[in-house]
Design a protein around this ligand. Structure first.
Ligand code: NSP
Length: 229
């Protein structure tokens, strides 16, 4: 029997696996995000400070709920090695990603009020709602669905074969979403989702598929919102 087709150049995922099928079912919003104007301008180094600041202010609010999701994974996974992997990622995020935000906010002159409690755009509010919902649900499958999208979609654009920009505020955001460490982390999440998929019931499948579709659409809207002013 020939091995199933792997469709992604960034992660090794069989197209007929649980994660692979979800990914294929949402190709339109997924590909539109990976090739979004925001990504093109970020790589080209032409992204305006206003758009970058607007995006980062919203993404910093996303970041807080994202950390809470990882904490929920530490608490709920059935696998001891996975628990340690999530714990290690929490440490990395606290050091590297928070540092990028703080440095960029200072460079872009973002006021403290926008860092701490900005007006939330609709996609941010909905994304945060999804993340806290799965964090509080303590349902490992729901947590993984949201995490896999958030990391795999970002890996897909981060790994695009384009020249890197000069400015640290652009390049460092790309660097956080490409390279072997981020690829390995994303692969781990996808593998976890595919590992637990056989234990899911049909109701779980329908709920997770609906969540996947919605969250991929929010990812696209999140990029759009950076230009909506
Ligand atoms: C909206 C969004 N989605 C995903 C990521 C990558 N963790 C992010 N920083 N922001």
């Amino acid at each position: 029997m020939s091995s199933p087709t792997s469709f992604s150049t960034t992660a090794d995922v069989a197209a007929d696996s649980f994660a692979g099928q979800l990914r294929l079912a949402t190709s339109e919003d997924w590909d539109a995000s990976v090739h979004h104007r925001f990504v093109e301008e970020l790589f080209a180094g032409t992204l305006s400070d206003a758009v970058l600041a607007r995006y980062l202010v919203q993404d910093y609010q996303f970041f807080d709920a994202f950390v809470a999701m990882l904490g929920a994974c530490v608490a709920t996974t059935d696998s001891k090695p996975a628990r340690l992997r999530f714990a290690a990622q929490l440490g990395m995020l606290a050091a590297d990603e928070d540092g990028y935000f703080q440095q960029s906010f200072a460079e872009l002159g973002v006021p403290a009020s926008d860092v701490v409690s900005p007006h939330l755009e609709d996609p941010t509010e909905e994304f945060i709602g999804q993340m806290w919902e799965v964090a509080r649900s303590r349902n490992y499958a729901d947590l993984l669905v949201v995490l896999v999208i958030a990391e795999w979609l970002y890996l897909d654009w981060g790994q695009r074969d384009l020249l890197l920009p000069e400015a640290a505020k652009h390049r460092d955001w790309i660097d956080l979403h490409r390279g072997e460490e981020f690829r390995e982390w994303t692969q781990f999440l996808i593998d976890e989702l595919n590992r637990i998929a056989p234990s899911l019931g049909s109701e779980d499948g329908a709920r997770l598929s609906a969540r996947w579709t919605r969250v991929v659409a929010i990812e696209r809207a999140f990029f759009d919102a950076a230009y909506a002013f």
